[in-house]
Design a protein around this ligand. Structure first.
Ligand code: ZN
Length: 436
């Protein structure tokens, strides 16, 4: 017996494969059909072509002709315990960590608190159209369980891993080299490649890990070559100077991670605002990925990410909110701030390039494009229904100007979670906006 099919009719926009030119190499179908069976996409194309084939199968047609259908968005760097501390005033990175972040993260030693906040966090992702995150929890193993459990309950593709930090942080948030490795190993065995979950070895950043801890995590990474590695790199000048003092024997910040075997494909480095030429070249050579976090870099006064340099060295770049130093969960708005960061440097980041960095481009960088980031048959049915003209202002802005570029750009400057009507994960509606 064939499975029940659902046919979504709307304006379809996605990137089916890798491209250096997202402005041209994009699929847009004005009256499109996306067919979902069970958890996966089974067909995509013109409605007029697809509909007859599924009429006999009694497919349910869901009419979104006024709306856009896009892949679920990928946020490549954010912190779930910081959900409750967006928009804390007045600091740059190191004092912001000390005054706001560490006190908040201490609360997650309580498993019940971590479980409750994981659910709040995932609701924020879903209402903003984000269907996969590369997420930092806290140093507590139970915070990893909380997030994977919440994601697994809806078959959501999640990447996360216990934060490791054994020095230069408050005692209640410290682990040890041995505990970091033992906990991470146990969590890899429990969660990595179980369902749609992927584990990420997560040293917070070089200043909060001892040499012994980095050594242990590097050995663990070597034993699990398909596990992610995520950390922070060259965000802030004071941070970089501190790393130089802490690791005088190493040739710069990236070399600290590199020395311990932590720079490789599926290594995702947050920020990279102030890399040297040598570091750019090494990132490219190692196949590592950058998470560009524009709202966070502006909020903490860290600097302007040099996208042109990343392009020159051909280092894969993804977009990320970095909540809670980032100021929104919304990836369209995050692209809008990336556009402004580029404007200040007389660099272009077009709307379609921006969408690529939060869908297929990110999925390819993370080696997950068989499952997420696109609307190809065979991929998981993770997609969003977007209504860019959701209020009076946006309706006027987009009246008779609803090209894909105009629409995405208006979303990036004028929208918020009101533009996301529905978020589907693995073929199930996990968020649906209340009717106005
Ligand atoms: Zn971060």
């Amino acid at each position: 017996m064939s499975k029940a099919s659902q046919l979504f009719r709307g304006k379809i926009l996605h990137f089916p494969h890798a491209t250096d030119n997202p402005d041209e190499d994009v699929v847009y179908i004005h009256d499109g059909a996306l067919v979902v069976e069970d958890k996966h996409i089974v067909a995509i194309g013109e409605y007029a072509d697809i509909q007859p084939a599924y009429a006999h199968a009694h497919a349910t047609v869901i009419d979104h002709r006024n709306h856009w259908i896009m892949p679920g968005l990928i946020d490549s760097h954010l912190h779930f315990p910081q959900t409750e501390m967006l928009a804390c005033y007045g600091e740059q990175l190191l004092t912001w960590l000390e005054n706001y972040t560490f006190p908040t993260e201490r609360k997650f030693s309580d498993p019940n608190y971590a479980t409750a906040m994981a659910e709040v966090f995932i609701r924020q992702l879903l209402k903003n159209g984000t269907t996969t995150g590369l997420v930092y929890p806290t140093v507590h193993a139970n915070s990893v369980d909380a997030l994977f459990n919440a994601a697994s309950s809806m078959d959501m593709a999640m990447v996360t891993g216990k934060v490791c930090m054994d020095v230069n942080s408050p005692d209640p948030l410290k682990d040890t080299p041995t505990q970091a490795v033992d906990d991470s190993l146990a969590l890899i065995k429990k969660w990595h490649n179980k369902g749609r979950n992927c584990y990420a070895i997560t040293p917070r950043f070089a200043p909060t890990s001892s040499r012994e801890q980095l050594q242990g995590l590097g050995e663990l990474a070597a034993a699990y070559p398909d596990v992610f590695i995520q950390t922070h790199l060259s965000e802030n000048q004071q941070e970089i100077a501190w790393v130089k003092r802490l690791f005088p024997e190493r040739d710069g910040y990236l070399d600290v991670y590199d020395h311990y075997g932590l720079v490789r494909p599926r290594g995702v480095f947050g920020h990279c605002v102030h890399l040297s030429d040598k570091e750019w070249a090494r990132m490219a050579e190692a196949g590592a990925t950058i998470a560009f976090c524009p709202t966070s870099n502006l909020f903490l006064g860290s600097g302007l990410f040099p996208l042109d340099t990343a392009r020159k060295y051909e280092v894969p770049v993804t977009l990320a909110t970095d909540v809670g130093a980032g100021t929104t969960f919304n990836m369209f708005r995050t692209y809008g701030e990336a556009y402004k960061v580029c404007q200040l440097q007389h660099t272009r980041l077009s709307p379609l390039q921006g969408l690529y960095l939060m869908t297929q481009g990110a999925a390819l960088a993370h080696q997950l494009s068989h499952s997420i980031g696109n609307l190809n048959p065979g991929s998981h049915a993770d997609f969003i229904i977007v209504d860019p003209a959701f209020d009076e202002l946006t309706s006027h802005r987009l009246h008779n100007k609803d090209s894909k570029e105009e629409t995405l750009f208006a979303l990036s400057m004028l929208s918020d979670d009101r533009s996301i009507r529905e978020t589907w994960i693995a073929g199930s509606p996990q968020f649906q906006q209340q009717e106005k």
